[in-house]
Design a protein around this ligand. Structure first.
Ligand code: F6R
Length: 623
């Protein structure tokens, strides 16, 4: 979390940095700061609050600086405050940092014994102090950075400038995302691609343990510590540029700056909800006409697929809910047992993964610390690792044996929406292919499913018609303290996802439950003040779900139902939201749409910043 940016080149650095920070604000937004070098030396401006607050304290007109760094913070060590805001500095060395320095206490006492007096409560401040302490000992800046980095334990992406070397910008990566943007006579660094898409589409994806030294005209990579062999595959994401031998590998990405803009919507979240017909279509585009070709491209041989006894999936949050949906589909279509686990649990227990098992990680950002750790664990145990990931060049995509990219484009809203349905699309394709390859899904059934899947973008379009109705319902549930979301079978994970979306955006407490489990506890909560959302598509569990609705009504509960069979339900439920009918395995795509919109409008009506809900950040790079 936290976003860092840096610039060196011919432009005025400050507006470039501020623009980059604005685009990374989704990563953290409790304080912000910039540092730049101009004729007066290094200047630092920082404040508690958002980028907007930072812009208020910047000098006007922007000073003539051609080099600088910036930071937007999600607090880990030390409360959000002016003093804890980055950049941190010591003796003409300035550092911005994303990540956590695990041994900062030890380093702090070492530096304190040398006479350093700390100006913040952060772990980061040890870094500029270490560098300047090595410089005092006679080392030049670059060597001091290397020495300081060798003292650090933990995860970090660092941006560094120094008074002594105003012509150099330094970026170091170890465990936290960091990319270098390559322009004509200018370089950028950032935690994520959208920061500088308006200036360049060419990027160098740093590996762990690498430092990039940028001057205006060139970038040089240095390996600090042991090289981490990368299985880097950035193939279908962009075109690799041929560079002279020894030069860093430059990849051109196919995202456009507009993809990271609001394009007329008031909120990224709403824009991203509406993008889903397109992003689901894009994700399937390459494979939908010939799903069987997918396995080869993923490096999965027929022998591996036929030999599979179990499949493991790990993910966090919304991506975990996509994994739960996949369990239902894969087990039904491919008769393959699927273990789904929250990544932070998976990684910390003994895993019964056998060699040649297939492990899938699902991650929008490709940088979620727990998901990466789970993937590494599985890899250590000899599993073949496949990641379903949205960000080209992300750590998950580089470390996995194989990548299936979702084509959702940059997801900026902190609450995940379009990434979820893109993940469902990718997982449906994999399920069909596994089913076919393992001889469990006959060609005709596979054909029916793929043709239904092809219709999904236009069905999602139709589902979006409930927008206005969800806004009305949101106004009715405003003021509720708690809500229950119920679903059965493949729509139970959709109930979980609806509840997660509502709580993170509206701050109304919500719980998702399997509808059949309600009578074992949560039914005690039901009264007229407790809205209950029920996902009730017509399928083999429909009648049972109707009974659950009756049980809620009998206790005075208010029922909001999502269904493709509204006439039958109007007499029972207080609110009926209609979605189009779909193949039972594909109904989650449509049922989640009203739940995303209901959460969105509840957040807006409660006056919340839905794109940046409190306490949250996108891309959770801490454990
Ligand atoms: C919820 C949300 C989070 C993420 C989770 C995993 O709206 O956005 O729960 O889904 O942090 O993130 P990724 O998919 O980037 O690994």
């Amino acid at each position: 979390m936290c976003g860092i940016v840096g610039y060196i080149g011919y432009r005025n650095a400050l507006p470039v940095l501020m623009d980059g920070l604005k685009r990374l604000e989704y990563r953290g937004y409790d304080s912000a700061g910039v540092a730049y070098i101009n004729g007066n030396g290094i200047e630092i401006k920082k404040t508690k609050g958002r980028i907007e607050d930072l812009s208020r304290i910047l000098p006007l007109p922007a000073p003539d600086a051609k080099i600088g760094v910036g930071h937007t913070r999600w607090a880990t060590h030390g409360a959000p405050s002016d003093r804890n805001a980055h950049p941190h500095a010591c003796g003409g060395v300035v550092v911005v940092h994303n990540g956590i320095i695990e041994n900062y206490r030890e380093l702090r006492s070492r530096l304190a014994s040398e006479g350093h007096q700390f100006a913040s409560d952060t772990d980061t401040e040890v870094i500029p102090r270490l560098i300047s302490s090595y410089m005092k000992g006679g080392l030049p800046l670059e060597d001091s950075i290397k020495k300081a980095v060798s003292d650090l334990r933990g995860s970090y992406a660092l941006g560094i400038i120094g008074q002594d070397c105003p012509g150099n910008l330094y970026a170091v990566r170890n465990g936290s995302p960091l990319i270098i943007g390559v322009g004509q006579d200018e370089y950028f660094f950032a935690s994520d691609i959208p920061a500088f898409l308006q200036f360049t589409k060419k990027f160098i994806f740093l590996e762990d343990g690498q430092m990039c030294v940028m001057s205006g005209r060139q970038a040089r990579l240095e390996q600090l510590g042991p090289a981490v062999p990368s299985k880097t595959k950035l193939p279908d994401a962009g075109t690799e540029k041929t560079e002279p031998a020894g030069s860093p590998r430059v990849v051109e990405v196919d995202w456009t700056p507009e993809m990271a803009e609001k394009e007329g919507y008031d909120y990224f979240m709403l824009k991203e909800i509406y993008e889903q017909p397109r992003t689901v279509r894009e994700t399937m585009r390459e494979w939908i006409e010939n799903p069987a070709a997918m396995l080869d491209s993923l490096g999965l041989t027929s022998k591996t697929v036929l030999g599979l006894r179990r499949l493991h999936i790990a993910a966090c949050g919304t991506s975990y809910h996509a994994a739960l949906v996949a369990k239902y589909i894969i087990e039904a279509l491919a008769h393959l047992p699927v273990d789904v686990e929250i990544a932070s649990e998976f990684r910390h227990r003994e895993q019964l993964i056998e060699k040649n098992n297939l492990f899938i990680s699902i991650t929008q950002s490709g940088e979620t610390a727990d998901t990466l750790a789970a993937q590494r664990e599985a890899s250590k145990k000899g599993a073949f690792t496949l990641t379903i990931c949205n960000v080209v060049g992300s750590t998950a995509s580089r470390e996995a044996d194989s990548v299936l990219y979702t084509r959702a484009g940059p997801e900026i809203g902190v609450a995940s929406t379009k990434a979820f349905t893109a993940q469902l699309a990718a997982l449906c394709l994999i399920s069909i292919v596994l089913g076919m390859k393992r001889g469990r899904l006959i060609a005709a059934e596979a054909e029916t499913l793929t043709s239904q899947l092809k219709k999904m973008p236009s069905l999602i379009e139709k589902a979006l018609a409930c927008d206005k109705q969800t806004m009305d319902i949101a106004s009715k549930i405003k003021g509720s303290r708690s809500m229950l979301y119920l679903g059965r079978g493949i729509n139970y994970p959709i109930a979980l996802e609806g509840a997660l979306k509502l709580k993170e955006i509206s701050y109304i407490h919500a719980e998702g439950y399997p509808a059949g489990e309600m009578k074992h506890g949560p039914i005690a909560l039901i009264d007229s003040g407790m809205p209950v959302v029920v996902v009730a598509p017509v399928n083999n569990l429909f009648e049972k779900t109707l009974s659950n609705i009756e049980e809620v009504k009998a206790r005075g509960g208010r029922v909001i139902v999502i269904t493709d069979e509204p006439p039958g339900l109007r007499a029972m439920a207080d609110e009926v939201i209609e979605v189009p009918s779909a193949h039972p395995a594909l109904s989650p795509f449509l049922n989640v749409i009203p739940l995303q919109l209901l959460a969105f409008w509840s957040g807006v009506l409660n006056g919340n910043d839905v794109d940046k809900p409190r306490n949250l950040a996108k891309s959770v790079t801490v454990e």
